[in-house]
Structures are given as C-alpha cells and as structure tokens.
Design a protein around this ligand. Structure first.
Ligand code: ZN
Length: 204
C-alpha cells in the first residue's frame, strides 16, 4: 500500500502496475520446504527493499511479478510525518514494525468499519476512499516458517487487508468509492478535510 504523496511518482516505478495479469490472478501457497530456500529468502529481501524504496507501507509478491502468497508491511514515523496529530489519531496510524507474512489467512474482528483514502504502489499516482474493517487478525507463517499471528487495529489493519487482497487478485479500486478516485496532486487538499467533507466535494 502506498502513502498518499503530493509529488509525482517515478516515471517507471520498479513495481508491476495495474493492467498486468499477475495482479489479477490468485497467488499460490508457498510450500513449507520452500520458505527457507535462498530463492524465497531473496524474494522476501527484494520485496522489503522495493517497499522501502518506493516508499510504501506494504507490498505483496504479485507486485514484483511473483504469484506467491507472501506480503510485507512496515510503517515508520517518517512516512506519517505529513499528517497532523489529529489525522494520525483518526486513522489510528502508529509505527508498524517490519512484518513478513507467508501463506496468510485473514479474519475480521468485530463489525466496526473505517473509511479513509488509501493508495497502491501498483496504481501509482492515485488514491481513493476505501472502507475497511477496523480490526483484523492475520494468521500465517513468518519468513522462517514459524507460526505467526498478527492482530491489527486502525491503519495496520487497513494495510493488512490491502496486502491480503493482492494475493487474491483484488486491488483497492475494486472496493473504492469510485467517485473518490483522485490523482495525488489533490491529496494534500483532500486529506486536510474531514472524510465527510471530502465525500461531499467529490459526490462520493
Ligand atoms: Zn497495493
């Protein structure tokens, strides 16, 4: 998942862009014996480096052209520096340590929902309002094949749902309020508004 930015994206981001079939197929489970292989470890390292370079807060294997069920997440203070304390609190956005999830399953906790703008490194240059569950639990394996349970609320839950969607061939544009789809050049103005006001302006 991307952070909304006001500067234009790189002309040729090293990330697969929407329209590629690899982003629309279902990714395949990673066999236990493959997880510790040098090839798989190298894939995970490449995903982490690509996410950080973008920069983004999450990346799924199909976004680097690999149809395997693995994603990475990480959110850092520097990536949320543009948000006011109030915006951060509303989004429940807190630093998220680097997390690698292999073969994830996702469970929604409770019925609370949250609606905010989000973007995707595979739909570079845009963002839109997407409703997500406020809290989720992800179960899978870590990069060593050990059992992993990740419980996220607020922004980390949003990131997890976005990345999990990638493994099933779903992009946020499939879930967005279509009229809220906007270029990042409008991000600063729209993100400064309460979500309800942004919706009113866009008719979303
Ligand atoms: Zn994405």
């Amino acid at each position: 998942m991307s952070t909304a930015r006001t500067r234009p994206p790189l002309a040729r981001p090293p990330i697969v862009q929407a329209g590629a079939a690899v982003l629309r197929g279902a990714a395949f489970p990673v066999p236990p014996e493959e997880i510790e292989s040098p090839e798989f470890q190298s894939l995970v390292d490449r995903m982490i480096a690509t996410m950080r370079a973008a920069p983004g807060v999450g990346l799924a294997a199909p976004q680097v052209g690999v149809q395997k069920r693995v994603f990475v997440m990480e959110d850092r203070e520097e990536l949320m520096a543009r948000l006011t304390p109030e915006q951060r609190a509303l989004r429940e956005r807190e630093p998220l340590p680097l997390t690698v999830v292999v073969n994830p399953e996702l469970e929604v906790v409770g019925e609370e929902r949250a609606l905010f703008f989000e973007g995707c490194l595979s739909v570079a240059g845009y963002m839109a309002l997407v409703e997500r569950a406020r809290e989720v639990v992800v179960r899978g394996q870590d990069r060593r094949g050990e059992p992993l349970v990740f419980r996220g609320r607020g922004w980390p839950a949003r990131i997890a749902q976005h990345e999990f969607d990638h493994l099933g061939g779903t992009l946020y544009v499939d879930r967005m309020l279509t009229r809220s789809f906007c270029a990042n050049e409008h991000a600063a103005a729209l993100l400064a508004l309460p979500v309800a006001e942004a919706r009113r302006l866009l008719g979303a």
